[in-house]
Design a protein around this ligand. Structure first.
Ligand code: NDP
Ligand code: HSE
Length: 436
């Protein structure tokens, strides 16, 4: 039975994502109404620049007073696609106070202060849905939160930032420069308002915090996530990865410790073998592996950024939240009952690919190997190539060492000690190796 009273939607933000949300709401109005059981009405659109022309949107709906919009009292659902911490946080909590449910794509806010938002939603008996906050169009949070609610997730690993994957893909496949590739990703609507959030790994770290929180039923904040971006990745690293039959990806990895008593979450560039499914994730696509005790390994893949894909996830949430409103129910709220501590990167067990510039003379290899042994780090492979020094006389070599798995603290201690050897002229690059 179709209700005649429409459900009123307030749209906060009408940029890359918001404009697509409004477009789909208008073009698929009848289908959405049939699926929800009531028509949707766009009741207002809050923006910063009211004079900007916004195709397909009634100018009478545009306002710069987002606070007044969420305080109206007749709004059923607020869609927050402004981004950032404030005013988004206050607008969302105010929306709950005035009876609305909320759909948001704001991973930065959810990772920084999700607890405040979840508490406000629960207090006022409303929904907070945020599928679009992680991995764009890919249905990932709902499967983790609902379909896998009866299983035990032990690991989540994947590519969750479209911009950096686009940049690395362009650098690897067409030899494009870093800045050129970043400009292209920005023009395509993939990058955050401040693209340092992408390239320094903050965006992926926020997503890792959200994923770890849902997967392990605990609270993980942005500050708990070890973060390294891709600004240190050089063309030489990418070429070196190729020589090893690998490629470089910015990975987010969330793990439950073997004893089950703690979790870790990290974001950093890593070499992965070309044979690994993540190696073939191109452009702004994302892919995430979820390893669960009973289900085994699941892979989620799809467009990870951009207006239409992200709007698809927002609309999916909007339909779900509207159905809940009609049924006078709410979906699952925050589940953080395990209260597992988040361990530091030092405790993570991983592998390193280390590229050293060394003196090419007797005993150097043995010296280097001793440093690894002293730190209890086992070497998997070593490749040495002699090269000419600055005077063209030889006497120097590149040494590439790949280790077996060891605690990150032991690996970084090894690198620190290597730097102190007279025969080590420099550490050209260090990168973790994953996916084997
Ligand atoms: P944009 O910068 O394109 O759009 C932001 C919108 O918010 C603009 O319409 C802007 O107004 C409006 N806005 C900014 N500040 C205010 C304010 N104080 N009051 C009212 N309106 C304001 O961002 P995106 O659409 O790319 O991103 C929106 C959210 O979605 C972010 O949280 C982002 O992280 C998330 N997201 C984005 C994805 C993407 O691929 N772009 C993918 C997944 C999530 P005006 O138009 O006047 O400037
Ligand atoms: N800037 C983000 C990315 C948008 O590139 O992945 C999608 O969350």
């Amino acid at each position: 039975m179709m209700r005649t009273r429409p459900l009123k939607v307030a749209l906060l933000g009408c940029g890359v994502v918001g404009s697509e949300v409004a477009r789909i709401m208008a073009t698929h109005a009848d289908d959405l109404a049939a699926r929800i059981g009531a028509p949707l009405e766009l009741a207002g659109v809050a923006v910063r620049r009211p004079s900007k022309v916004r195709e397909g949107i009634d100018p009478a709906l545009i306002t710069t007073d987002a606070t007044a919009l969420v305080k109206r009292g007749d709004i059923d659902v607020v869609v927050e696609v402004i981004g950032g911490i404030e005013p988004a946080r206050t607008l969302i909590t105010t929306a709950f106070e005035h009876g609305a449910s909320v759909v948001s794509a704001n991973k930065a806010l959810l990772a920084e202060d999700g607890a405040t938002l979840f508490a406000a939603a629960e207090k006022h008996g409303r929904d907070l849905y945020y599928e679009a906050a992680v991995a764009g169009a890919i249905p990932l949070l709902r499967p983790l939160r609902e379909s896998l609610a009866g299983d035990k997730v032990n690991r989540v690993l994947g590519i969750v930032n479209g911009t950096t994957n686009f940049i690395l893909d362009r650098m690897d496949s067409s030899g494009a420069g870093y800045s050129e590739a970043l400009d292209e990703a920005t023009a395509l609507g993939y990058a955050e308002a401040d693209p340092t959030a992408d390239v320094e790994g903050f965006d992926a770290a926020a997503k890792a915090a959200i994923l770890a929180g849902i997967a392990f039923h605990t609270r993980v904040r942005l500050d708990d996530v070890h973060r390294e971006g891709l600004t240190e990745v050089t063309a030489a690293d990418i070429a070196s990865a190729r020589r090893m039959g690998c490629t470089v990806k910015l990975l987010a990895i969330c793990e439950r410790a073997a004893d089950g008593r703690s979790v870790t979450a990290r974001v950093h560039p890593a070499m992965i073998p070309l044979s690994h499914p993540l190696a073939s994730v191109r452009e702004a696509y994302n892919a995430v592996f979820v390893e669960a005790e009973a289900a085994g390994q699941l892979m989620f893949y799809g467009p990870g950024a951009g207006g239409p894909p992200t709007a698809s996830a927002v609309l999916g949430d909007l339909v779900a939240v509207c159905r809940n409103r009609i049924g006078e129910s709410t979906g699952p709220g925050e589940s953080a009952y395990t209260r597992l501590p988040v361990s530091s990167m030092a405790e993570v067990v991983t592998r390193y690919h280390i590229s050293l510039d060394v003196a090419d003379k007797p005993g150097v290899l043995a010296q280097v190997a001793t440093v690894f042994a002293e730190h209890d780090v086992s070497i998997d492979t070593v490749r040495q190539q002699g090269r000419l020094d600055s005077e063209g006389l030889g006497g120097e070599a590149s040494l590439v060492v790949v280790t077996h798995r060891a605690p990150d603290a032991a690996l970084s201690g090894t690198v620190e000690a290597l730097r102190k050897l007279d025969t080590v002229r420099g550490v050209a690059s260090i990168m973790r190796v994953e996916g084997e």
